[in-house]
Design a protein around this ligand. Sequence first.
Ligand code: SAH
Ligand code: SF4
Ligand code: F3S
Length: 467
Amino acid sequence: MSSIVSGEAGMRRTGGSASAAPIPLGRKPAGGAFQEASGGVSASKKTACIRTFGCQMNVHDSDRMRRMIRDAGYAEVHRYEEADLVVLNTCYVRENAVDRVKGHLGELNRLKREGRVKKVALAGCIGAAGEATELERRYGIDLVLGTHNTYELAEFVGLPGMEETFTPELPGTEGEHAAFVTIMTGCNYVCSYCIVPAVRGRMVCRPMENVVEEVERLVSSGTRYVTLLGQTVDAWREDGRRFCDLLERVAEAAPRVWFTTSHPSNMEDRTLRLIGEKATIVRRLHLPVQSGSDRMLKAMHRGYKSDRYRRKIEVFREAVPDGTLSTDIIVGHPGETEEDHEETLRLVADCAFDAAYVFKFSPRRGTEAASLPGAVPEKVAQRRFMEVLRAVESNALHNNRRKIGSVQEIYVRHGHTGEGKAIGETWSGHAVHVPTGGAEPGRYVTARIEGAGPHVLYAGEPSGPPR
Ligand code: SAH
Ligand code: SF4
Ligand code: F3S
């Protein structure tokens, strides 16, 4: 998780719901039509492949779709060639995300013509964008789902129509060691460059009781790590209750908790202190800054100045001395000068980020920034991108090296790196490669940190058995 990724969608988070415009539904057959289309294949042989692009919101929506598909009797496969139904859950945040999906749609169109894939569904944020209609026609897509009607996939695969109309209320996958829980969808900000509010709609907060109930259900089914999800989770509110109240409740109900993503304008000192106080909260803050220049922050409509961001970080560093800090940065927004860029580099040095997702500005049709003057030439944007990336990496390496020699309790997240090592996470939110001797994801091991790179720590043999 604490990695630095470039331009591509990477592990974007975000939130969403309620697209204002009705979402086109493609040629939606009556319930059960897909099974008929698969031509007498016995229920146990139906296969589906779900491919996810974009942020954790989409990863979570894919979990829900996976559950529907399983309930409808499909076996999940991972290669298009083996799938009767392919669902692409897509991202619209930058143009390169769309280009990738187009490549997949082209391949699927060919496989369909060869009779190897039978149905293709396009879901997620491209599905909620106007461009979906054109893609539907060009690639012969069978079903287009937006971000607010994921549940309609259930009907498409032959399950009874689902009552729910509010996507976050649809349960995700239970029984997994780690689970996402959506606490809010959509976004009420109007950042100049961002298409997310257009495809995910305005903010809708999920009631605290529903969130806590879901967390309790997940924990009793074996989940050991809960991540609260939303585009601006710290904007969550309900009848005078604020995000820190919700986080505190969840941190009491679950053994390990994290949240993403936050907006600096909503981030309260109380929340920052809570991260340091509650033993069950992973001590890692992801707080996207976007730019270090006040002029750019204003043009972006971010609603804060760089000094206010710096002050938040000071509170975090003081309240959570061993915590990790990551951010998002956009280089090459229209009008960005060399001075603005220098300001960003200064902020990167001051905040000593442990990781950053750095993006080159990508104009999105329908956003304010797409029609602003002062486009930054590609070569300049690329140089600035590399400079920011290098500055972040050198900070991260410096911070990580300080961990060498410490003994850490490591949560095992994923099986193996291929070299007999698992990928884990410390309570400070550092990614660690650790030889676990076969410890399952969801267990803890304790080991000494022996090496460090800019993105990951390397641990020695764990002492004692996993717990
Ligand atoms: N809600 C979060 C993140 C939204 S999308 C926030 O407010 O920060 C994830 C990241 O993608 C953003 O933080 C931003 O850095 C980047 N991004 C969004 N639109 C972009 C665009 N048009 N070009 C380049 N990067 C963009
Ligand atoms: Fe996009 Fe801004 Fe909303 Fe984040 S806060 S999703 S960057 S509009
Ligand atoms: Fe996420 Fe991409 Fe949609 S970042 S909210 S999947 S546009």
